[in-house]
Design a protein around this ligand. Structure first.
Ligand code: HGY
Ligand code: MN
Ligand code: MN
Length: 428
């Protein structure tokens, strides 16, 4: 049993990450899978995702870490601790992006984790617990639903087999695609037991920037439900079909979109509702749409509000279909309850932010994150940094190098406190 007195609870307070190196890594990663407007299109399990993984793994190996990959392609870059029998402290997020995604959503959390290790290496600092930097597969859920898929398997929310059978909209299976890009590991998912998990993420909303606050102390996150609605009418000639004889699925879709807006607005200020995906068939200018598929995203920090929104939407879709003589199906694509993070871990983040002199405030996450599921299996907390105009899931997503470094410094010191710094190492 190691003598605990040889470990300090904290790094020297003047220890900071290398802001320029972190920013250079973010910009280099942004070159992989570029979008069309300055952001990224690096969707899960595409070749671009594979290239990002390869780059990340190389950087981690150059920093002296061992690479472990589980059956869901989750990457765990491990920095050994002085006591190999202890559970690692994990930091990380995701490298996959939305189709019109930004350069920082998820990527900041992964590369700030790498920067933490690079900084400890620079200072020759050892920790008692190993440190793991994680890249969680398919956080975005845009190509393969649901969101936070592989961290969900890690936390026991989904089975590996169920996840492997998820298909994208062209019918490609998740498991086959993971195999194709060469990132289907052998490590059983969830076998890595963690001491704690910290995720740094951009806010993806306007609060921190508007207040001029540097750090968000994330106390929890709102719940989310995705619903898929399929409306079935009859395609018909746009010219020769009288209005009274139409069974117009496109009209039905427009009313469902308005319904989602009204339901969200009726639960303000803590509810949001979006129809982000709409597909009409046959999708031809001179054919009345015979069928429509809509994907609905509703969220609230209050579980009862979320349930009430879902019930109102289900009821409203039935009424709309009746009025327009459509048949319909409505099904849940996914659901995550609102989450509260581990209070001692949240306090660590808050105390570190204060001791480093950063302005900070508690905040509830509007977006979903891998930390949601990790909080089921290990003490978990999140750190947020502002983003410009609160824009995200948009190629214009942007942050400042200073915000990135401030978040990474809080991550660095939170890791130092949790992984226990070996007092005999590091510069005086
Ligand atoms: O949908 C979300 O909240 C996350 O960006 N995947
Ligand atoms: Mn994200
Ligand atoms: Mn996202």
């Amino acid at each position: 049993m190691t003598n605990l007195s040889s470990f300090r609870l904290a790094l020297d307070r003047d220890t900071r990450v290398d802001q320029g190196r972190l920013w250079a890594s973010l910009m280099a990663m942004a070159e992989v899978g570029p979008g069309i407007a300055g952001g990224n299109n690096r969707q899960a399990l595409t070749d671009e995702d594979g290239a990002a993984r390869t780059l990340f793994a190389r950087w981690c190996q150059e920093a002296g870490m061992e690479i472990h990959v589980d059956q869901m392609g989750n990457i765990f870059a491990m920095r050994p601790g002085t006591d190999p029998d202890t559970a690692p402290v994990c930091v990380g997020s995701h490298l996959d992006t939305q189709p019109a995604g930004g350069r920082f959503d998820g990527i900041l959390g992964v590369l700030a984790g790498l920067e933490v290790v690079r900084t400890l290496n620079d200072r020759g600092i050892r920790t008692k617990h190993p440190i793991v930097v994680a890249n969680w597969t398919n956080e975005e859920g845009s190509r393969f639903a649901p969101v936070m898929m592989a961290s969900g398997v890690f936390a026991g929310v989904h089975s590996v087999e169920w996840a492997y059978d998820r298909q994208d909209r062209t019918g490609i299976r998740f498991g086959d695609e993971l195999e194709r890009i060469g990132w289907k590991g052998k490590m059983p998912v969830g076998s890595l037991k963690l001491k704690a998990f910290y995720e740094l993420h951009i806010e993806q909303g306007p609060i921190l920037e508007a207040e001029g606050t540097q750090i968000g102390i994330v106390t929890g996150g709102q719940g989310l439900t995705w619903l898929q609605v399929n409306l079935q009418g009859r395609s018909a000639h746009a010219g020769s079909t009288p209005m009274a004889r139409r069974r117009n699925a496109g009209l039905g879709a427009s009313r469902v979109m308005e319904l989602v807006q009204q339901v969200a607005m009726s639960h303000q200020p803590y509810a949001v509702g979006t129809v982000g995906r709409l597909e009409l068939r046959p999708n031809s200018t001179n054919s009345v749409p015979g069928s429509a598929e809509l994907a609905i995203d509703i969220r609230s920090p209050d579980a009862t509000v979320l349930a009430a929104m879902e019930a109102s939407i289900r009821h409203g879709v039935e009424a709309i279909a009746g009025e327009l003589e459509l048949t319909f199906t409505i099904s849940r694509l996914q659901h995550a309850e609102p989450v509260a993070f581990d209070e001692p871990s949240v306090s660590t983040i808050r105390n570190v932010a204060a001791s480093l002199g950063y302005t900070h405030r508690d905040i509830v996450s509007g977006a979903g994150h891998d930390a949601y599921w990790l909080s089921r299996v290990t003490p978990t907390a999140m750190i947020m940094c502002p983003c410009i105009d609160g824009i995200s899931h948009n190629e214009a997503e942007d942050i400042s190098p200073e915000w990135a470094a401030a978040g990474a410094n809080v991550l660095l010191h939170a890791v130092g406190e949790t992984a226990l710094v070996d007092a005999c190492t590091g510069h005086p």
